[in-house]
Design a protein around this ligand. Structure first.
Ligand SMILES: NC(=O)c1ccc[n+]([C@@H]2O[C@H](COP(=O)([O-])OP(=O)(O)OC[C@H]3O[C@@H](n4cnc5c(N)ncnc54)[C@H](OP(=O)(O)O)[C@@H]3O)[C@@H](O)[C@H]2O)c1
Length: 326
């Protein structure tokens, strides 16, 4: 450990200096990073969920400027088309297709995956970014608890179905956007649908994010042979419509120190594009560095727990197990 990583780790332990823009500024100065948009993505195709707002919208602009071809996956056809049109105006010559999918609906995600496979000859990066906090417990028409369906089951189906195309890429990468909020909660493997206890939207969100990270670790392990890397990152606390909607007044609470959306997506872009990030897999990152999976020992999921979760999710979605055969 050197002085730089010591300072970085100290900020991380204290949470607030880490998650706010103070943490981003500190680390950028400590490590002297190149700008994330300086990594070229020309000729590579990025499938990005949730591009219509906040971090996803910011990332879509960055990927476009980096030269990537985009597959924009959003739930509202109008908002999605407006996003695509705006991006085409911002980055002339951009290739961007829009595909509608409600991540909470497995049938919608399956139809979207078919459409993507039909319209996109290659997929180099999948960014699982769409997410939301659902204040009261809801069950989708397909019978799933909505938070878990949106951030765990839907993304699992999307990645499973797109995997054959991702495996063809010379440098395939999967990036999942999680939340530091996951540190606060354990994932009850016997109650994934949150049927027991009083539902709390923030807790359901944290549980789903923890499940998402556990699955990323399983993806990383199962895709090691074929050479696709899979990582989760969390953006810290970034100023987006989603954060304001789910935690109104939070910006004041942290003294106006929320990150900008660009600061929030920096590690997502780095994981998707930087040559050196190819060496990283199965990790949870903030600010281009792997961070702990747990801060509270009782929230830890063992390797066996993660395998159990994988099997449960395969069973719930009804997908064939997507693990590539050796
Ligand atoms: N901002 C932060 O500080 C922060 C911190 C930790 C984690 N995150 C995570 O970062 C990601 C982006 O969040 P954000 O802050 O940018 O929020 P946001 O501004 O609300 O954007 C969320 C995006 O996800 C899409 N989305 C939500 N539910 C969907 C569904 N069922 N199907 C398809 N798309 C759906 C939204 O689409 P619509 O435009 O149609 O609503 C929107 O494009 C989320 O996963 C969030 O949990 C954010």
């Amino acid at each position: 450990m050197n002085a730089r990583t010591l300072l970085d780790d100290l900020a991380e332990v204290l949470v607030v200096p880490s998650f706010t823009r103070m943490g981003f500024g500190l680390r950028r100065r400590l490590y002297g990073w190149p700008d994330a948009e300086s990594y070229p993505m020309t000729g590579r195709t990025v499938v990005l969920t949730g591009p219509t707002s906040g971090l996803g919208r910011e990332a879509a602009g960055s990927f476009a400027r980096m030269g990537a071809d985009l597959v924009l996956v959003g739930r509202d056809a109008g908002r999605l088309e407006r996003t695509r049109t705006d991006l085409l105006a911002e980055v002339p010559g951009l290739s961007a297709v829009a595909v509608v999918a409600d991540m909470a609906s497995l049938s919608s995600v399956r139809a979207a995956a078919d459409e993507i496979l039909g319209r996109t000859p290659r997929i180099d990066v999948i960014v699982d970014n769409a997410g939301t906090m659902v204040p009261t417990r809801e069950v989708t028409p397909e019978g799933f608890e909505r938070t878990f369906a949106t951030m765990v089951l839907g993304p699992f189906v999307l990645v499973s179905r797109l995997l054959p195309r991702l495996l063809e890429a010379p440098d395939g990468r999967l990036v999942a956007v999680t939340s530091g909020g996951m540190y606060t909660q354990a994932l009850p493997l016997d109650d994934l649908a949150y049927e027991h206890g009083t539902y709390n939207g923030a807790r359901a969100y944290a549980r789903a994010k923890r499940a998402q990270v556990a699955l990323v670790r399983e993806w990383a392990r199962r895709l090691r042979g074929p050479g696709v890397v899979a990582n989760a990152m969390h953006p810290g606390w970034a100023d987006t419509p989603g954060l304001e909607a789910s935690l109104p007044g939070f910006a004041n609470l942290v003294g106006g120190q929320l990150r900008t959306a660009a600061e929030g997506v920096d590690t997502m872009l780095w994981l998707a594009a930087a040559p050196e990030a190819r060496a990283v897999s199965g990790r949870l990152l903030l600010d281009r560095r792997a961070r702990p999976f747990d801060r509270i020992p009782s929230t830890r999921l063992s390797a066996g727990d993660r395998e159990t979760l994988w099997r449960e999710v395969v069973a719930l979605t009804g997908e064939p197990d997507p693990t590539p055969r050796r």
